[in-house]
Design a binder for this molecule. Structure first.
Ligand SMILES: [Zn+2]
Length: 337
């Protein structure tokens, strides 16, 4: 019989969640409240119905739901609400720190929202949650490569024009098709010159060379997903040499069919290869998961046990972009737990 997942033990363990999307973190109750505020008919009349609606057959289906939520976000108050609500959820799971990816190109370039609206709201939600329960949080504006490099620079212009201490890195969403036609590296150079760190989605649905490109061209210090890295020993070698972690989300990978099922997820092989791995929930309500559940999946399907999962929890903190004194304080919690 499989040893049961020690949920309480992992709830108490200090953890950071460094791969989660603000717009994809909107739970059913929050979605209903946003729809009511905006006078928009919700996809279902109650939370149970919304949770059922949060399921999909394929990637286009997923995007339709993701963008339905995005369309409910137009005011600073909306961003405050979703950041605050998610941080309370994460806190209840033992997260001490969250780094939110934000679809900044979507909001500023596709919708034409002023970045200050997004920023002001998200920061207010982060501050409120920190005041109330002490959870730390930072923001990572993501570029959308399919909108093109000019749009990426325009997004960055807006972000850099009002750089806030909570904005810590520039990120990049998928898919990568545009990477090979246009040069996004200068956008990352600009971000770096302004003091931002760099992260990048890569090697999720696409091949290992995405991971290599993200590291070598964009200077990515962390890879979101990176599950394809194992397909190329040179890319594994690169990640090991540069000490670059992969922020892996098995629940997302199976829901979006990047991996066929949990039992064949490469997570245990990534650990075995010596890669630094952290666990995240990506877009938790959409994938019917949460941060603790990702640890449960790793336990139940990946066969990973206490030591490996504790190493991942430690890595989530040490690889986060939180201030060094905060990281040290949280890591000290491992000695006590
Ligand atoms: Zn993601």
């Amino acid at each position: 019989m499989t040893t049961p997942f020690p949920e309480d033990r992992f709830r108490c363990l200090p953890k950071a969640e460094i791969h989660v999307h603000l717009e994809g973190s909107v739970g059913a109750e929050t979605l209903l409240a946003l729809a009511a505020d905006h006078g928009v008919e919700p996809p279902a009349p109650d939370a149970r119905g919304v949770r059922r609606w949060y399921s999909f057959r394929d990637f286009p289906d997923f995007l339709e739901r993701y963008f339905f939520v995005c369309r409910l976000l137009g005011r600073a108050e909306d961003f405050r609400r979703i950041a605050y609500d998610y941080l309370l959820t994460a806190h209840a799971q033992g997260a001490v720190h969250v780094e939110f990816h934000i679809s900044s190109s979507y909001h500023t370039q596709e919708v034409g929202l002023d970045w200050s609206v997004v920023l002001e709201g998200a920061v207010a939600g982060c501050e409120q949650a920190e005041r109330e329960c002490g959870i730390s949080s930072l923001l990572i504006p993501d570029l959308s490569p399919h909108l093109g490099v000019a749009s990426g620079h325009a997004t960055l212009d807006a972000v850099l024009a009002q750089l806030h201490p909570r904005v810590v890195a520039l990120g990049m969403g998928g898919p990568s098709d545009a990477w090979w036609e246009e040069d996004f590296a200068p956008a990352f150079e600009r971000a770096r010159a302004a003091g931002l760190r760099a992260v990048c989605h890569a090697g999720e649905h696409g091949p290992a060379r995405e991971v290599q490109h993200a590291v070598e061209k964009f200077g990515a210090e962390r890879i979101q997903h990176g599950i394809a890295a194992l397909d190329d020993p040179r890319v594994v070698e690169l990640l090991l040499r540069e000490s670059i972690p992969c922020d892996v989300c098995p629940g997302s990978n199976v829901a979006l069919k990047a991996v066929s099922d949990f039992d064949s997820h490469p997570l245990p092989r990534m650990v075995e290869a010596g890669l630094t791995v952290t666990l995240g929930s990506d877009d938790p309500p959409l994938f019917h998961t949460d941060l603790l559940n990702e640890y449960r999946i790793a336990w139940e399907h990946g066969g990973l046990r206490e030591e490996a999962l504790t190493t991942m929890a430690r890595a989530s903190i040490s690889e986060s972009f939180a201030a060094e004194e905060d990281r040290e304080r949280w890591l000290a919690g491992f000695e006590e737990s």
